[in-house]
Design a binder for this molecule. Structure first.
Ligand code: GSH
Length: 222
């Protein structure tokens, strides 16, 4: 049985979930406590996602997706898959923290959205949300400096336009008529921001992006 150890707020975890959902591989989810990560006591890797497949432990989202594809799904690779996967991990994902956590108030609000389905008790949920809202705007600021992001909203729109123009390039999906690995990765990281107004704004500004996103959403889960 496959178990995914994750944070519901984590874009890399959503990348794996989008792949699992699209390829209909059954899996369980364990929500990891951000402080202490005691659920990951079985591994020295203290980042999510972590995948357990019976005795096999796989870490790092891209390695997990490749493991799942090689062992279960067998989606065919498309040209330049690796370049786009690298763009997702090294460029696209960096815009999300500054957009989701620009300040404590917005961060608190958005963390509430991602924790809606949490099975944790109310006290733990509130504590995780409060501490998260105090920590995440600082993390987001560091990310802006590290990746020289000056205007996250505008640069995010530019990144999505790049995806639509050069990635989709007039096709329904990157892989053609059906989604492939890259579609699940792009959709997955973006899915972590669903319901926060960011993607909804992007879909109005860039309708081709909106159509692709909604099509993926229907096939890759909630
Ligand atoms: N390169 C890793 C990145 C994973 C990552 O940064 N996960 C974050 C959550 S989004 C994490 O676990 N942070 C906890 C920490 O650094 O203590 C991957 O693709 O899996």
């Amino acid at each position: 049985m496959i178990t995914l150890y994750q944070f519901n707020s984590c874009p890399f975890c959503w990348k794996v979930k989008a792949f699992l959902n699209y390829t209909k591989i059954p899996y369980d989810v364990v929500e990891v406590t951000p402080f202490g990560m005691k659920e990951l006591d079985f591994t020295d890797h203290k980042k999510v996602p972590v995948l357990k497949d019976d005795a096999e432990i796989v870490v790092e989202s891209s390695a997990i997706v490749h493991y799942l594809n090689d062992n279960y799904a067998h989606l065919l690779p498309a040209p330049q898959d690796d370049e786009w996967q690298a763009w997702v991990d090294n460029t696209l994902v960096h815009y999300l923290p500054p957009l989701i956590h620009p300040n404590i108030g917005k961060s608190f609000h958005n963390l509430g959205l991602v924790m809606t389905g949490s099975k944790d008790g109310a006290v733990k949920r509130f504590f995780v949300r409060l501490v998260g809202a105090m920590v995440m705007p600082r993390v987001a600021n560091k990310m802006k400096l590290k990746h020289t992001i000056q205007n996250p909203a505008a640069e995010f729109q530019t990144a999505l336009a790049h995806w639509v123009d050069k990635g989709l390039a007039g096709k329904d999906f990157y892989a053609g008529e059906q989604p492939g690995l890259v579609d699940t990765s792009v959709f997955g990281v973006l899915r972590s921001a669903q319901g926060m107004g960011i993607l909804e704004t992007a879909a109005v500004t860039n309708p081709a992006f909106g159509r692709w996103y909604e099509a993926c959403r229907g096939m890759m889960g909630a």
